[in-house]
Design a protein around this ligand. Structure first.
Ligand code: FAD
Length: 302
């Protein structure tokens, strides 16, 4: 059964929201409607992804610059190492600095030849995310977040090797890791134990993908190595042509996952919003977040 989190006397919850840069005017409207809806929840930061192979370089920049210009939110710009020289990437980093962006999510990125094909670093580029983290730290006083994989990155030989690479990113200066999405919370907590056992003490923020489109989520999962448990599959069984019910089930599933994380002590949560606000807003409400203005009602003059 879904219930509001029981957390009453725990540390306050802090959330962050991830968006992708819009491709056209309609998507732009949808993105800004979502940002407007979620902004009053006062997220710690909002991040904007960087398209495969740098394909959204200008659009990512334009989106984060507008967030700086038009809102009080703290933007984080994603950046990858793919298909660019160090000089080109350094120029993007300096551009963010000039635009007032103080937080970068540093990633290696996927091969331009497609997920699952062999990654070959650019010969004059940053090879791995840890090299990019060092490059960013060298160029300015940025906050740097990185990725983490509770079910290991598909290319990593083992979870241990994967955590060693995470450690390299932390040693290079990363101060937060955001996880790939997962559906079983035990997977996250087991991973967290292993990460802590290796002496990594930065926040490992769970990345939550509220599943509204189950087929799309399964495709993402296949590409990223996240497993889709059979109970989850069963919950969406027979609903392919019933979007309305799917949406209600999706809300229940995501609410259950997030309230469980909070009840087990998690205080920071990152949402992959896919530029949609409604479900994320509802989940945030369930875990106790309220619009900033509503928290301190004005005294009524009599
Ligand atoms: P890394 O941490 O560099 O690791 C990738 C692989 O390289 C590991 O499996 C490991 O085998 C190997 N490796 C790492 N370090 C070393 C080393 N020092 N020596 C040898 N091998 C090493 N993709 C985008 O294109 N744009 C985005 O905006 C984007 N945002 C993301 C946000 C989050 C929170 C997450 C979890 C992923 C995101 N991705 C994004 C996807 C990401 O780019 C891919 O998962 C990519 O395949 C790996 O990038 P990484 O930064 O995790 O790589």
């Amino acid at each position: 059964a879904v219930r509001a989190s029981r957390q009453t006397d725990k540390a306050p919850i802090s959330v962050s929201f991830e968006f992708f840069p819009p491709k056209n005017e309609e998507m732009e409207k949808q993105l800004w409607a979502s940002i407007d809806r979620l902004a009053p929840l006062a997220p710690r930061f909002v991040s904007v992804t960087y398209g495969a192979g740098g394909s959204t370089r200008e659009r990512t920049h334009a989106t984060v610059s507008r967030i700086v210009r038009d809102t009080d939110l703290h933007p984080a710009a994603h950046l990858t190492c793919v298909a660019a020289t160090r000089d080109e990437i350094d120029e993007v980093i300096r551009g963010y600095g000039t635009a007032g962006v103080k937080h970068i999510v540093a990633l290696r990125g996927d091969p331009t030849t497609g997920v699952g094909t062999k990654y070959v670093p650019h010969e004059n580029g940053y090879a791995h995310a840890c090299d990019l983290v060092s490059g960013i730290r060298r160029l300015g006083d940025f906050e740097v977040s990185v990725s983490a994989y509770p079910e290991k990155h598909p290319e990593s030989p083992s979870i241990d090797a994967d955590i060693d690479y995470l450690k390299a990113k932390v040693d290079a200066g990363a101060t937060r890791a955001i996880t790939q999405f997962f559906f079983e919370n035990d997977v996250y907590f087991r991973y967290l134990d292993k990460v802590r056992a290796k002496g990594i003490d930065i926040p490992i923020v769970p990345g939550i993908l509220p599943v509204t489109n189950f087929k799309q989520a399964s495709n993402f999962a296949t590409r990223t190595g996240a497993s889709v448990p059979s109970w989850l599959l069963k919950r969406f069984e027979g609903l392919d042509d019933d979007a309305e019910t799917r949406k209600l089930i999706a809300a229940a599933v995501a609410a259950e996952q997030v309230t469980d994380l909070v009840d087990r002590g998690v205080t920071d949560i990152h949402f992959y919003t896919l530029n949609r606000a409604d479900l994320v807003y509802a989940i945030c409400h369930l875990i106790g977040l309220r619009p900033k203005a509503a928290e301190a009602p004005q005294a009524i003059a009599v």
